[in-house]
Design a protein around this ligand. Sequence first.
Ligand SMILES: Nc1ncnc2c1ncn2[C@@H]1O[C@H](COP(=O)(O)OP(=O)(O)OP(=O)(O)O)[C@@H](O)[C@H]1O
Ligand SMILES: [Mg+2]
Length: 492
Amino acid sequence: MVRKGSILVIDDEEIMREILDALLSREGYDVRLAAGAQQGLDLARSMPFDAAIVDMMMPGMDGISALDELKKIDDDLPVLMITAFASVENAIRAMKRGAFDYITKPFKNDEVLVVLRNALAQRRLVAENRALRQNLQAHQNKFGDIIGRSPRIKQVFDLIIQAAPSRTTILINGESGTGKELVARSLHQNSTRADRAFITVNSGNLPPDLLESNLFGHVKGAFTGAVYPKKGLFELADKGTIFFDEIGNIPLETQAKLLRVIQEREFMRLGGVETIKVDVRIIAATNVDLRKMMEEGRFREDLFYRLHVITVQLPALRERKEDVALLVQHFLDKYGTENQKPQIEVTPEALDMLMDYDWPGNVRELENVIERAVVLASGQRIDIDLVPDHVRSSKSFQMPQFVVPPEGISYREAETAFQRGLIESALEAAGGVQKRAAELLHIKPTTLNEMIKRHDIRPRRKRLAPAGGRPGAHVEAEDVNDDGEIVVDDVR
Ligand SMILES: Nc1ncnc2c1ncn2[C@@H]1O[C@H](COP(=O)(O)OP(=O)(O)OP(=O)(O)O)[C@@H](O)[C@H]1O
Ligand SMILES: [Mg+2]
């Protein structure tokens, strides 16, 4: 018979021990008998049990004290008390001290078996929960806040675990908002460098000189204004990790110097003559196609191949939609706590909409949508009215029904009207941000911008922040700015 579990029986009456032994063994349990509390405790210390049945009234140590001691040995052990009808009150006292249940004498066989089965089921549940919690904790330690269970994200976790311990340079590739920075941090956290610095270099927004003095430091007098010597980020990252965000933005001349550091692990401070050696792990991220940049001569080939040793390709959120619900829950927890709405939840209808959307801005966009909804929710529920319009209306693209009137129609005019309509809805879906609208239509922002001009699509009102202007000042303007960051409040 399949082993169902091991049961410890502690009872001073021999006849009771025999009855229970026969009953439980017949059911397939492993039974151990003890004629007193002390003997029972010795047994419990020497081997694991799945449950215990303890008589309340015993000479020497009574059932309640035995219960207390058993709990000290194994806190989760379910203990069933057996009591004479007259002393039920004591049994209730035992329940308060952590007994699983009690049975009054004389008992029916079935009664014992049912209570025992329940006890074992609960024990299994407790054990499973504990294992689950431990797994979750291990997972959280390993992967920080990277949420996901899809096969695509699991591949990323595997790669992190494999690649983290070495010093190999790693390139993280992925669309904006897919979690490149999170992955970079997690690589650091899972490496032996975890207790050293993790330094992020935002490659894009500095002129080359400044970027280089930031990276490599400078000696006193290296340039006007270099009154003191300064350590660079590479020195600060020694024994740790340096993370180049948007590596594609690094100017060509700085790329050459970076290559040298990667190859030689040494560099010189600006204006210096001394070579400085460092032990750093280099991680780079990009959301552009570096290979294409390389072909166009904008990214050094040698650096490209140096970086390309191990590439972590992060999936877009639309490629792992099965993770959307999990991420929604994660951000509900996060922003619910922040906004004192800990119980907040989304309705199934709203969740459907979130699952249907394509998330061009990936996890970051989803996070923003949830944060906004949590803040705006008046109660504890997020329904479809709190889902932004462009997410809501994106369900599917509907081609218009074309009906050619009997008198015919100008093909050119119809085509123009169609193009115009498409651009207007894309702009609306993108909240007026041209760059995003261009992404939605899979065209370049410059192309979209030309089309907007050609079709004379004009925003009614735009928010511009002119240089030196007051923040938030509203300016009416006719032409459309090329950078695509203008907010079009209302498109005709
Ligand atoms: N798998 C994920 N689980 C939980 N949060 C995530 C996940 N991926 C991204 N995020 C969150 O989304 C936001 C954007 O992530 P991150 O900055 O890492 O993206 P990125 O790829 O570096 O984007 P960008 O290219 O725009 O810099 C962050 O707030 C991050 O915490
Ligand atoms: Mg980033």
